[in-house]
Design a protein around this ligand. Structure first.
Ligand code: SAM
Length: 256
């Protein structure tokens, strides 16, 4: 485990926790899509127990609660502030790094959106989720692929989250851990671009959502001007400047 990552994530998210919910349009969309996909794949209308990893301000919690009848829920997050999400949904709250906390026993649904990219080894959490599930239980976990914020990467940024991966990497992790117990039902990825008027608007979006290590970057007038200039030269079109999102997910079911 890389102890540096939670610190960096914690700094990033505590700065932006309030602004995150409204600014995180892409993450809200991913949460709604993931919940809808569970239904399309034949998930039951009701789950006795939900365990959610990295609940944040509750985009996925809300999407799941709107769609499924959930008996009881345990919500985890690194950030103590996320207890408010648990309160809002009358759920138990498990604060701490998901790699270090004690998981609830045998949930029927383990779900997570836009969180595992912060882990050095996202496959490890998918493996652990598969082992923890109740027989017949469902797992729905999204992260981000290697083209997440491709523009920043192309400009030489080294602040990418450590666990960017392909959905197939997550499936492979399941196979390696004796995947026979779990059936993979869906592997999905999509690349889409958000458009902004200018590079400072891109930086504001990153700051408000806390989804990038650059939230902690200290800018000087010169480095900011150089960044904006490089971004404009490389990517500007008549629509403005893009920022690529590359969500990925795995949905799987433990055999009964
Ligand atoms: C981008 S937010 C996503 C929140 C919510 N799932 C959504 O889709 O809007 C990522 C969340 O994961 C939490 N997080 C990051 N690393 C974590 C870890 N190692 N263990 C538990 N939570 C973590 C952050 O504190 C943050 O609330």
């Amino acid at each position: 485990m890389n102890a540096m990552v939670p610190d960096r994530v914690q700094r990033s998210f505590s700065r932006s926790f309030q602004s995150y919910h409204d600014a995180a349009g892409p993450q809200a969309g991913i949460a709604a899509q993931l919940a809808a996909r569970l239904t399309e794949l034949g998930a039951p209308d009701a789950f006795e127990t939900l365990f959610e990893i990295g609940c944040g301000t509750g985009h996925l919690t809300a999407a799941l609660q709107a769609r499924f009848d959930i008996g009881s829920a345990t919500l985890n997050d690194l950030m103590p502030q996320a207890v408010e999400t648990a309160r809002a949904w009358n759920a138990d709250f498990l604060v701490g790094d998901i790699r270090a906390v004690d998981w609830p026993r045998n949930p029927d649904l383990i779900a997570s959106t836009s969180t595992i990219q912060w882990l050095d080894d996202p496959g490890e959490i998918v493996q652990r989720a598969a082992r923890a599930l109740a027989p017949g239980g469902w797992l729905a976990i999204s992260g981000f692929g290697r083209d997440q914020f491709a523009e920043l990467r192309d400009l030489g940024s080294e602040s990418a989250a450590p666990g960017l991966c392909a959905p197939e990497d997550l499936a492979q992790a399941l196979e390696q851990s004796g995947g026979g117990a779990v059936e993979v039902l869906d592997l999905w990825q999509e690349r889409h671009r958000l458009w902004f008027r200018s590079p400072p608007d891109v930086l504001r979006h990153l700051r408000e959502t806390g989804v990038n290590g650059r939230a902690g970057h200290v800018w000087t007038r010169a480095t900011l001007a150089a960044f904006c200039d490089g971004y404009t030269r490389a990517f500007a079109t008549d629509k403005g400047v893009p920022l690529t999102y590359h969500p990925v997910w795995i949905i799987a079911r433990r055999r009964a």
